[in-house]
Design a protein around this ligand. Structure first.
Ligand SMILES: N[C@@H](CCC(=O)N[C@@H](CS)C(=O)NCC(=O)O)C(=O)O
Length: 347
């Protein structure tokens, strides 16, 4: 009988854990952790979200809809092949980061900006950026200002717990101007403060401000200042400690981006099943070798695109020109079209 050294014993235990990893088939080289195990046990993914229609909001029948919601559904397809095995919970920006730290959510899909402090100090891992944003300032048109630095002495609403608090302070310091912050936690009170004239302006991610403005009774009475105060790369946030979960989050998002690059949509995907391109065959699981080697369902990418859509479809359906929100893709175009979206290879 061979005696195992502590290192070999530890390696054996690690391998056994990996092999157990939530039924993901063959042993993978990533470390399975508590999050995927709990998701499998529970039979659904718990997602923390916000409440701006376009990004995330329940429809008339109570079903959650929106850009970030669709990435939550895509995750549920990767794990369960069922876009409904996901539970969305709205909490304020201030409460959701501690809630993720406390393990109340498996992932935040709530417009969280990836920052170094959140990575090291809050111990978050971030998936791929799903929306490249920047902080903006929304003002009442009747104020007659055309740029943010004209707002000297203005009262500006800031949402607590957001990156906006520090960014706005930095901006006015740099511009050598003054402002009075009004820090508000509740998201409706935040909009209401501007609508009621209690404050002169709101500052938040410019996407958030665009969504709010679209929902105002008189959107044309409000104008977004041209400056962007910061970089706000919005990405799925998870806790440290589960490499497998991180990889699932990463490659779920990448599948939506890669499909768009190849022109594969929820509508035309079946016509690609007969493609001669070996890379497309692997991506769609016609050739099952890729899925088998990584321990995921070989059809996981096919299922995501078929059931949820590619990145472009997700963007257009929730935020694009055909919606009342009408966002331009901007930086959120594919790298092949002058944007920043880029998937690593599926091989
Ligand atoms: N990106 C900023 C702001 C986060 C944030 O406030 N996100 C918006 C959506 S982009 C939001 O939650 N708004 C309030 C809500 O929807 O309830 C951060 O990470 O601190």
């Amino acid at each position: 009988m061979s005696k195992k050294t502590p290192i070999r014993r530890a390696a054996g235990v690690a391998l056994a854990i990996v092999a157990l990893a939530a039924g993901f088939g063959a042993a993978t080289s990533v470390q399975a952790g508590p999050v995927v195990d709990k998701i499998k046990e529970r039979g659904l993914i718990r997602v923390g979200v916000g409440s701006q229609p376009g990004f995330f909001s329940p429809d008339a029948s109570g079903k959650w809809q929106g850009f970030f919601i669709d990435f939550g559904r895509a995750l549920a397809v990767t794990v369960f092949n069922d876009p409904d095995k996901v539970e969305f919970t709205n909490t304020s920006p201030q409460q959701r980061l501690p809630a993720l730290q406390a393990g109340q959510f498996d992932v935040l899909l709530s417009g969280v900006t990836e920052t170094i402090v959140r990575s090291f100090k809050l111990n978050f891992n971030f998936g791929p950026v799903v929306f490249y944003d920047g902080q903006g300032i929304l003002v009442k048109k009747s104020l007659g200002v055309s740029k943010a630095s004209d707002l000297d002495g203005a009262t500006i609403g800031v949402q607590s717990g957001t990156t906006g608090e520090l960014n706005i302070a930095d901006f006015f310091k740099k511009a050598n101007k003054t402002y009075k912050p009004l820090v508000i936690e509740d998201t409706n009170t935040f909009s209401q403060a501007l609508l009621s004239g209690r404050i002169d302006a709101l500052t938040q991610d410019s996407s958030d401000l665009g969504l709010r403005r679209a929902a105002f009774p008189n959107p044309d009475d409000y104008v977004l200042m041209p400056e962007r105060l910061s970089k706000e790369p919005l990405a799925p946030a998870i806790q440290w400690g589960d490499d497998l979960w991180l990889q699932i989050v990463n490659w779920t998002v990448y599948a939506t981006i890669q499909a768009e690059e190849w022109g594969i949509t929820s509508q035309n995907i079946d016509s690609f099943l007969t493609s001669d391109d070996p890379a497309i065959k692997r991506f769609l699981g016609v050739d099952t070798s890729l899925g088998e080697s990584i321990g995921l369902d070989p059809k996981f990418a096919y299922n995501i695109i078929k059931k949820v859509g590619n990145y472009g479809e997700i963007f257009e359906r929730n935020l694009g020109k055909s919606t009342k929100i009408g966002f331009d893709r901007g930086l959120n175009r594919l790298w092949t079209q002058g944007g920043l979206l880029y998937s690593p290879p599926f091989r």
